[in-house]
Write a protein that binds this ligand. Structure first.
Ligand SMILES: [Zn+2]
Length: 307
């Protein structure tokens, strides 16, 4: 009930887009065979087959103009962030989308309560949707759009590997720490969410070796349907969410202030000596490893079923 109230309070709060997809994909897929295949850029001709709702102001971009040849790997990596470029915002998808901050959150998250009995958000279904479109494009011989759809599918799957996309705030913190103050809890929750994701992105951009190792360590998770794989990843990282939240506040106690705090990237190099930093880095590493293993699993499933 408290969590429901909290989620209700979050309505209208802009939902964070997780910006690490390109870096995660570049490292996660570097060992996958068969992605050197050169693909020919083709126009988008899927309006009729994909008649789901998208933001009408979303405009398709064609990147990689500087490359003489585009490989499947380049498409997968370069467009891994594409579903965050406005595709899913400003839509009326579900009466409960308010609980995830709007249509963008609804399609990119999966919050569960009551031990997973109730879930909010459709990220697993979006991963499946674009996987199906990738298969369709491939069957037509359109390898460019096959890999671009597959990249979108991978995006929603990777969103499920972020522990904070499975739980906005530990319920106990809300009840005891914030004494049921929705406003305070929401502000601190947002501080943790935003700054943790910024920290991870800054470390990936800065090539922190332990994160790169976590992504490249190897292993592949195989799964049945893509939507089932996304749910499994969401469930696998859910137990990390509370501890990770706690550790972020231990490493950066200022974030517990009930005001909006956006740390500067230059503040992030710090604090390797904080006793909680090592455990935080280890949890982030574990979630990155799982995300990479499911990403590889997705691509290898596609190759096994289609190529
Ligand atoms: Zn997303």
């Amino acid at each position: 009930m408290f969590l429901l109230l909290f989620l209700f309070w979050l309505r209208g709060t802009p939902v964070q887009a997780w910006n690490g997809h390109k870096q995660i994909s570049a490292h996660a897929l570097s060992s996958v065979q068969g992605l050197d295949q050169v693909v020919e850029k083709t126009p988008y001709t899927y309006d009729i087959v994909d008649n789901e709702q998208y933001n009408p102001s979303f405009e398709l971009k064609y990147l990689l103009k500087e490359l003489p040849e585009i490989r499947a790997y380049d498409v997968l990596v370069s467009y891994a962030q594409e579903p965050d470029w406005g595709l899913d915002s400003d839509l009326e998808l579900h009466t409960l989308q308010i609980l995830t901050g709007g249509s963008q959150g609804w399609r990119h998250q999966r919050y569960t309560i009551f031990g997973g009995q109730i879930a909010f958000g459709t990220a697993p279904q979006r991963a499946q949707h674009f996987y199906d479109l990738a298969q369709y494009a491939y069957s037509l011989g359109d390898t460019y759009w096959a890999y671009r759809f597959l990249s979108r599918s991978m995006h929603y799957l990777q969103d499920m590997g972020q522990p904070l996309h499975s739980l906005p705030l530990p319920t106990a913190d809300f009840v005891f720490q914030h004494k049921l103050s929705l406003k305070k809890a929401a502000r601190v929750g947002e501080n943790v969410h935003h700054n943790l994701e910024s920290f991870i992105l800054s470390q990936l951009t800065g090539e922190r070796q332990s994160f790169i190792d976590a992504l490249e360590v190897g292993g592949t998770k195989s799964f049945g349907s893509v939507s089932q794989g996304a749910v499994e990843l969401n469930q696998a990282v859910r137990p990390m969410a509370e501890r990770q939240y706690f550790l972020v506040l231990k490493v950066w106690p200022d974030l517990a202030e009930p005001t909006s705090i956006r740390m500067n990237f230059s503040n992030y190099a710090p604090n390797e000596t904080n006793p909680h930093m090592e455990e935080l880095l280890s949890i982030i590493g574990d979630s990155l490893t799982l995300t990479a293993q499911y990403s590889r699993g997705l691509i290898e499933k596609f190759q096994a079923e289609n190529c």
